[in-house]
Design a protein around this ligand. Structure first.
Ligand code: 13P
Length: 253
């Protein structure tokens, strides 16, 4: 069966010293209290990845990056490739976060190439999709999600799909305190699973973890994670506090 996963996306937060302190704290709580019900991933900034990898040596907590380039190397000032991430011990990478789509003009076409580049290095991709508020209000959200999924992932092989985790993050729920209701999230998660099933078959769809992201907190996580098609969360703000992050992990039953 598919895995339950709780991943923390730290975004552009925490300098190196602060990152090391938070990683050490999370590592300690997970060691002392781990429930083993979910795979736990943290995604600090690029700056902290190499030292995070050392700090997490021997821990069950996995390390993710927040982005990667689709080429292996070359004249791409300021960028990092999937193979470089792998070389410092990264096992997961977020691709297609709405902030990258919105502020860095990342298109579905680029994201498809990033997903392939990461998979070619054996990295697991946390592939983000989600509609804006106006797209939801105009009833266009299913179409938006369908385009993001089909243009971003449908070039992959069934084997590649073993390294894909999908995160549904409605843009209107990110950092706003406005969580999607569990009915709204479940409806979209079920739809995403049906799209995967149509393209890759029921077994692959059933094995693909689909996470919810957008203002997940300890007090709404239990309800969200109780739903059939919600296999965990991609957590922003609440992942920056070790106790809140772990309380969200504990919401996986
Ligand atoms: P918040 O949990 O802060 O709303 O952020 C969600 C997110 O964007 C995770 O990638």
């Amino acid at each position: 069966m598919r895995k339950n996963i709780v991943a923390g996306n730290w975004k552009m937060n925490k300098n190196l010293t602060e990152s090391q302190a938070l990683i050490t704290e999370i590592r300690g709580i997970v060691r002392d209290e781990n429930t083993n019900k979910a795979e736990i991933i943290i995604c600090p900034t690029y700056l902290a990845l190499a030292s995070a990898s050392k700090l997490l040596d021997g821990s069950t907590v996995k390390l993710g990056a927040q982005n990667c380039h689709f080429e292996d190397n070359g004249a791409f000032t300021g960028e990092l490739s999937a193979s470089m991430l792998k070389s410092v011990g990264v096992s997961h990478v977020i691709v297609g976060h709405s902030e990258r789509r919105q502020y860095f003009n990342e298109t579905n076409e680029m994201l498809a190439k990033k997903a392939s580049a990461a998979i070619n290095q054996g990295l697991t991709v946390l592939f983000c999709v989600g509609e804006t508020q106006s797209e939801r209000e105009s009833g266009d959200h299913f179409n938006v999600i369908k385009n993001q999924i089909s243009e971003g992932l449908f070039h992959l092989t069934p084997k590649d799909m073993e390294l894909i985790v999908i995160a549904y993050e409605p843009v209107w729920a990110i950092g706003t305190g406005l969580t999607a209701s569990s009915d709204q999230a479940e409806e979209v998660h079920a739809y995403i699973r049906s799209l995967i099933s149509e393209k890759f078959g029921e077994t692959i769809a059933d094995h693909t973890s689909i996470l919810y992201g957008g203002s997940v907190k300890p007090d709404n996580a239990v309800e969200l994670f109780s739903r059939t098609n919600i296999d965990g969360g991609l957590i922003g703000g609440a992942a920056l506090k070790a106790r809140d992050f772990f309380d969200i992990i504990k919401a996986i039953k």
